[in-house]
Design a protein around this ligand. Structure first.
Ligand code: HEC
Length: 100
């Protein structure tokens, strides 16, 4: 019985690791991204582009470009360098669903 429960649990964990998770995205955004992208300044010179409500595909491709360094930004190249495809999908899904 215990063994059955355990394998069921592992299945759930394995499954959620594959699926895009806005909850995982939210956790990462709160821990990392919001330090800069949460800051809202009305100034046109604000260095941090807003992410909320942006197209998920756009966010994903921007993050992959930063990771590949095909798009240059010292800050974002460093941050995106440690993101996996799943991380990118998760944060993109999270930000896309936020209301700007
Ligand atoms: C230390 C500050 C900082 C942190 C932390 C940070 N960013 Fe950024 N981000 C920037 C800056 C500055 C830019 C603009 C870079 C440029 O000119 O391309 C940017 C640009 C972006 C863009 C491109 C937006 C556009 O309009 O094209 C995306 C997407 C993005 N960040 C996502 C993220 C995500 C997701 C995280 C968390 C994993 C994150 N950023 C964490 C500073 C930060």
């Amino acid at each position: 019985m215990k063994r059955l429960l355990l394998s069921g649990l592992l299945l759930v964990i394995a499954h959620s690791a594959n699926a895009t998770s806005i909850y995982a995205g939210q956790a990462r955004a709160a821990a990392v991204c919001s330090q800069c992208h949460g800051i809202r300044t009305p100034s046109a010179e604000a260095p941090f582009p807003p992410l909320a409500g942006r197209d998920a595909d756009y966010l994903q491709s921007a993050l992959k470009q930063y990771r590949d360094k095909t798009r240059k930004s010292d800050i974002m190249n460093a941050i995106a360098g440690s993101l996996t495809d799943a991380d990118i999908a998760n944060v993109a899904a999270y930000y896309a669903r936020l209301k700007p």
